[in-house]
Design a protein around this ligand. Structure first.
Ligand code: FAD
Length: 349
């Protein structure tokens, strides 16, 4: 069992739209520190399955740690999907769910910059957490571009109206309804986002929406460096179950038998380990019984992010870190191989 998994009680289930519910969690006092989160992060929920034992699904926190009392996730039914429908059909106040601690790096590092938040459908979830946090923590301007099928499918419609009413000078909400304007097009979206060059962009929505939004941002000369994206997908790995032995990657840089040495600092402890060239850092740590954080193991979620303090490494894949973070020496443990002989890596920086 993953050491970061905990059984957590659902305090309340809130019906948001015909297809979406919010689960408000009651975090026991002894876990409040472990469930501290940043706006934009997600929880991973274990859902029972007669076919596979269980499946794991990530759900972004729609609550703000700065304005809401309890961590809350919002789940929208995926047509034909297993876990989202199971949650919507089975979870009620008092239900117990097994949940991993908060993770993810779709998180603003500062509240000083103006924000252009782009969301479609359930993609609003991390975005509303960022929006509420920015309103309460900063003074910048915030624009939300929010696409939905029709008026009835807008999650948090009332809450957004109330937030605009309270702070009309700082918050602008631009709705795109397919029922009125058709599927969002790059040209149509470009017309809306153009005035917001220089804003930092947070984008979350289905693949099609993300694609046209990025085209619209490019057409509006909004720099790719200013764009952060959260991609929703279902996990193929199950972080609640024991990981299968990891295959060793063949590396062309050095002979496979060659071994580097790494000092790892994690959760206040230091470990000195031999690091075989073809072994990914996360696999190395888990094999040594070290409780390293992870969820997807596919480079997408950013949970296993750590910093290379000394030595050179390389990543096999990277879907989570942007250039600015790479420049800071950040890397994803699930994809990292050693290049130097002596390395020093820290988690929790
Ligand atoms: C970082 C992140 C944040 C996210 N945040 C949110 C959010 O805030 N809100 C939200 O709604 N979604 C969110 N998602 C998406 C969410 O994690 C799921 O992908 C989504 O709910 C669809 O899952 P599903 O199981 O319902 O559907 P599917 O992904 O369609 O499920 C199908 C998959 O489950 C398997 N499956 C189907 N039936 C069974 C069965 N009976 N037993 C076992 N396996 C089965 C299939 O083989 C297939 O792999 C997020 C995703 C990520 C990565």
């Amino acid at each position: 069992m993953n050491a970061r998994a905990h059984r957590i009680k659902v305090r309340e289930v809130v019906s948001e739209t015909a297809e979406a519910v919010s689960l408000v969690f009651d975090i026991p006092e002894d876990l409040t520190r472990r469930f501290a989160y940043a706006p934009g992060q997600f929880l991973t929920v274990q859902v029972p399955s007669t076919r596979t034992g269980s499946v794991a699904r990530c759900y972004s926190l729609s609550s703000s740690p700065h304005c809401d009392d309890r961590p809350t996730v919002t789940v929208k039914r995926t047509p034909g999907g297993y876990a989202s429908n199971w949650i919507c059909d089975n979870i009620e106040a008092g239900s117990i769910l097994t949940v991993l601690e908060p993770a993810g790096n779709f998180v603003p590092r500062t509240w000083n910059r103006d924000l252009l938040l782009c969301a479609a459908g359930s993609g609003i979830t991390p975005v509303i957490s960022i929006l509420k946090s920015a309103l309460s923590m900063g003074r910048s301007r915030i624009v939300l571009l929010y696409a939905n099928r029709d008026r009835g499918s807008i999650i948090f419609a009332r809450q957004l109206r109330e937030l605009v009413r309270r702070d009309p000078r700082r918050l602008t909400v631009l709705h795109w309804l397919e029922s009125e304007r058709g599927i969002p097009s790059a040209r149509g979206l470009a017309g809306l986002v153009k005035p917001y060059r220089g804003y930092e962009v947070y984008l979350c929505g289905p693949t099609g929406f993300a694609l046209v939004t990025k085209q619209a941002l490019a057409q509006s000369r909004i720099s790719a460096r200013d764009i952060r994206q959260e991609e929703y997908r279902s996990l193929t790995e199950n972080p609640f179950e024991q990981p299968a032995p990891a295959p060793v990657v063949t590396t062309t840089v050095r002979p496979a038998g060659d071994i580097a040495s790494v000092r790892v600092e994690i959760e206040g402890r230091t470990h000195q380990l031999p690091w075989p060239r073809g072994k990914k850092l996360l696999d190395l740590l888990l094999e040594h019984g070290i409780d390293a954080p992870y969820v997807c193991r596919e480079s997408a979620c950013g949970t296993c992010v750590c910093r290379v303090e000394r030595g050179r490494t390389r990543m096999l894949m990277n879907e989570a870190l942007i250039d600015e973070e790479l420049d800071l020496g950040l890397t994803l443990a699930c994809q990292t191989l050693p290049e130097s002989d002596e390395l020093h890596i820290t988690f929790d920086q």
